[in-house]
Design a protein around this ligand. Sequence first.
Ligand SMILES: NC(=O)c1ccc[n+]([C@@H]2O[C@H](COP(=O)([O-])OP(=O)(O)OC[C@H]3O[C@@H](n4cnc5c(N)ncnc54)[C@H](OP(=O)(O)O)[C@@H]3O)[C@@H](O)[C@H]2O)c1
Length: 325
Amino acid sequence: MRWGIVGHGRIASTFLDAARGVGHEVAAIVGREASRAAVFAANHGIGWAGDELTELVSEVDAIYVATPHSSHRDVAVVLLGAGVPVLCEKPMAVNASQVRQMVEAARSSETFLMEAMWTRHLPVFAAFRRWVDEGRLGEIRMVEASFGFSAPYQPTDRLWAPDLAGGSLLDVGIYPLTLAELAFGTQPSSFDAEAELSPDGVDARLRLVANYSTGGSARLASAINTDLVPNGRIIGTEGIVEIPEFWRAERMTLTSLSGEKVDEVNTPHQINGFEYQIVETARCLEVGAVESPVVTWAWSTTMAETMDEIRSRIGVIYPCDREFL
Ligand SMILES: NC(=O)c1ccc[n+]([C@@H]2O[C@H](COP(=O)([O-])OP(=O)(O)OC[C@H]3O[C@@H](n4cnc5c(N)ncnc54)[C@H](OP(=O)(O)O)[C@@H]3O)[C@@H](O)[C@H]2O)c1
């Protein structure tokens, strides 16, 4: 399989290592400026570099979109319109309206589209769902998860800039929300949210208490200005699951309510964890599926709706939200 990549920033080489690690080729890279893309291509042994999406499409079988959130929709719609399968970095887009436009582009062109929510593909979570289905946790009552790091305030960096849809929720808060969704099988039915906003009005830190229709609740947090404990914990009436660094999980432990270890799962990544979503994309293309059951279009749309609602509560509005107001 021959991949193209759009965007040559921090995450592109993680994808590249995983794609090559599973025997795929990374054949082309596009950036906003051809000379910068060419430097990345030369440093990583990629044969083709440029600044034109329309030239990229003839070079490859599928494209990984790794640009800032604010450009996911525009880039993906062009690619899908040209009939090229797209694996798009999380969050799928800035808001639910943009996600719906992408889904519509995929549907009308009958072209594969998946949000690169790699956590959902990790083998640990297949094992976690088995434990839940077997009743080993009992009824899930509570999820606790946070993902936060301390990044220097740089107003023009994509982490902080409102016009690049900066802030903690879209960058890392989506992971605790994903863990809670994996545990409860649904998005929250109600929540309270509190945030510390940056000088430019993006959420530097966010705290969420969410309630689920199953009767459970979740305490979730994210930050780009604070190091938070990077673990997930799911508490049931029969047992507790601890997942260190849950967004890139390689292991988890089940303990009884009295703290005795009952079981554990250990599934080291073959490469860096991105390989599972890459293999799933290849599988879908092989069988002619335009949507993966692991991260469905409905999943991406409802996640975006939840994040829209959270942002509206904490008062984080991006310039590109105004397109739909
Ligand atoms: N799955 C994960 O674990 C993970 C981890 C980190 C990031 N991400 C996601 O990956 C995406 C990129 O993050 P990053 O940290 O790699 O960002 P980054 O370091 O800021 O890099 C973004 C890249 O995109 C290019 N770019 C910007 N706008 C573009 C456009 N309209 N068309 C083409 N290229 C464009 C930039 O190049 P120029 O500015 O030089 O043109 C730069 O090379 C984000 O959505 C982020 O949430 C995922």
